[in-house]
Design a protein around this ligand. Structure first.
Ligand SMILES: Cc1cc2nc3c(=O)[nH]c(=O)nc-3n(C[C@H](O)[C@H](O)[C@H](O)COP(=O)(O)OP(=O)(O)OC[C@H]3O[C@@H](n4cnc5c(N)ncnc54)[C@H](O)[C@@H]3O)c2cc1C
Length: 512
């Protein structure tokens, strides 16, 4: 079984090398109170309340968006007895995890963060032959993301889990509107192969990542940095096959001789190599590697944009394949909240991909016979719109490791902003973590709406921490449980007090 191996170029050290300033000025201390720039104007929509459209489903719970958060929400709601429909525009569940080729699942750096859904998903992935991530229990890599999710396996496992739980999955259905009445969503409108249709439900969960359902329902949202107005940069991820990973490893670690993780990690890698299991390599300051890519720019094989962020991981269970966490389309040129710009970023990113792949083939030993084996079918959006919910998470929640009685999960994943001018990556001390309160998943405006995943309520900086997959899944899990519980007990979603649910009904109980 192949283990994971990454060849990162640290954008932080690269920026130093390139003479750019890692300003780190995003927060201005820890205060990131929203300014006008971040408040997004209302989203244009059509009033569908009187529209005579066929009703495809009349369910207890309707989840829109089958990403990591939405899928967890749908499965969790159905398991608690709610009739549940899950609307997804693509033909795979997982969102960025699968359609976006986002691999691997990041650690939360918070012991005890795995909620029951994640524990089960990990077990199921192991059952598919996807092993625990190497080094998971080390000092550097712990909490969440123990098992890595190869896109193809994950799509299958999600389908199975939905089938078993009785979730009605509606693929190839795009949310185009919602009708609201007296502070409640009455129906959402989807476009399918048959045309427009309504889905009625008692409770709706927004898992679109872009807060689209919330925006259609009139919930206030923000987008981008409070300081610059820019969204986090997007990536167009891809995979390459036909790689001799051992040779790649030897080139970077042996020949380049970079002091990339200190002697301990080097020892782990030596051991792994001896057993012919290419190891996972952590982030590091790879000065020679950076020069290696910069030389590619000098020779005209790559552009400065191409080398802003290069990172690759081997994929357990896919021998000879590496998942590229790049190219990253320059954030000064493209925006994830501008439809035309987002579309243009795809063409731009695809050209970057071709240049990178060619560069790898011609310059990195082990890539001689490599080829692009998969391109993401979903643009890698790190951040777009975020709701303004009952609780608004901020950088201070992270820095001061805030805990909440109504917490639905914990994480200590750093504030990870990829913007060249806003770079900031500061870890909490080991053992510290913050929690995400249930109130960050509900709104003041719409009583039967929950919002889970990367578009939950929080500032630009806070979202840069809670956006990772394990945390999105745990939020979704709690949203699904709460939705079903509220229906059963006649409590509106935004009036539920998570801390009053019996402990054994909750996916996460705060230790205070
Ligand atoms: C390039 C990149 C690298 C990343 N790297 C990592 C990493 O290494 N580890 C990690 O843990 N996290 C990583 N992340 C973050 C993480 O992958 C995401 O934040 C997380 O997966 C978001 O999950 P989500 O369910 O909130 O949203 P998404 O995954 O975006 O899911 C939203 C879903 O809603 C669907 N949808 C959207 N609009 C509609 C509509 N109108 N109608 C119907 N369906 C709709 C989409 O098709 C999609 O399936 C990365 C993100 C990016 C972009």
């Amino acid at each position: 079984m192949e283990k994971s191996f990454s060849i990162p170029i640290s954008r932080r050290s690269f920026m130093k090398l390139a003479g750019l300033t890692a300003a780190g000025a995003i927060l201005g201390g820890t205060s990131d109170t929203p300014k006008a720039e971040a408040v997004a104007p209302p989203t244009s929509s059509v009033d569908f309340s009187e529209a005579d459209l066929p009703v495809l489903f009349d369910a207890d719970v309707c989840v829109v968006g089958g990403g990591s958060a939405g899928t967890a929400a749908a499965i969790s709601a159905a398991r608690k007895g709610a009739s549940t429909v899950l609307v997804e525009q693509g033909i795979s569940l997982g969102g960025l995890q699968t359609l976006g080729c986002v691999f691997p699942c990041m650690p939360t750096y918070a012991d005890g963060s795995d909620t029951p859904y994640i524990v089960e998903l990990n077990q199921r992935m192991e059952g598919q032959g996807v092993p625990p991530f190497p080094g998971y229990d080390t000092e550097n890599w712990y909490g969440g993301g123990r098992v890595q999710y190869g896109p193809e396996y994950l799509s299958l496992v999600y389908d199975e889990m939905c089938e078993e739980a009785g979730v009605d999955v509606l693929y190839n259905a795009t949310l185009v509107g919602a009708s609201t009445e007296e502070g409640k969503i009455d129906a959402c409108v989807v476009q399918t192969i048959e045309g427009l249709a309504k889905i009625r439900a008692k409770v709706f969960i927004d898992g679109t990542g872009d807060a689209l359902l919330s925006r259609f329902a009139g919930v206030p949202v923000e987008k981008g940095s409070e300081k610059t107005g820019r969204n986090q940069p997007m990536s167009l991820r891809f995979e390459m096959g036909g790689i001799e990973v051992g040779k790649v490893y030897r080139f970077f670690v042996k020949e380049m001789k970079d002091d990339w993780m200190g002697p301990k990690a080097a020892g782990i890698c030596e051991e792994a190599l001896r057993h012919k299991k290419p190891p996972f390599l952590e982030f590091a300051k790879w000065k020679k590697t950076e020069k290696f890519f910069l030389d590619g720019v000098t020779r005209g094989e790559l552009t400065q944009d191409d080398i802003l962020y290069i990172q690759a991981f081997t994929i357990p269970s896919k021998p000879g394949v590496m998942s590229m966490n790049c190219p990253e389309m320059p954030p000064l040129s493209f925006s994830s909240t501008d439809a035309v710009s987002k579309s243009k970023s795809v063409t731009f990113g695809r050209k970057m991909t071709q240049r990178l792949a060619e560069f790898f083939v011609h310059n990195i030993p082990g890539f001689e016979k490599a080829y692009i084996s998969r391109e993401a079918s979903l643009v890698g959006v790190r951040e777009s719109w975020r709701i303004r919910g009952k609780y608004y998470m901020q950088a201070d929640d992270y820095f001061k490791a805030h805990h909440f009685p109504d917490a639905v999960c914990r994480t200590a994943y750093p504030i990870d902003i990829h913007d060249v001018k806003l770079d900031l990556f500061e870890k909490l001390k080991k053992g510290q973590y913050y929690e995400i309160p249930y109130r960050a998943l509900v709104t003041n405006e719409i009583s039967n709406l929950l919002v889970a995943g990367r578009c939950a309520s929080g500032s630009f900086a806070a979202q840069a921490s809670f956006r990772i997959q394990p945390t999105c899944m745990s939020m979704g899990e709690a949203a699904g449980i709460a939705a079903a519980w509220g229906i059963k007990h006649g409590v509106e979603a935004n009036a539920i007090r998570w801390e009053t649910l019996p402990k054994n009904e909750r996916s996460y109980v705060s230790e205070g």
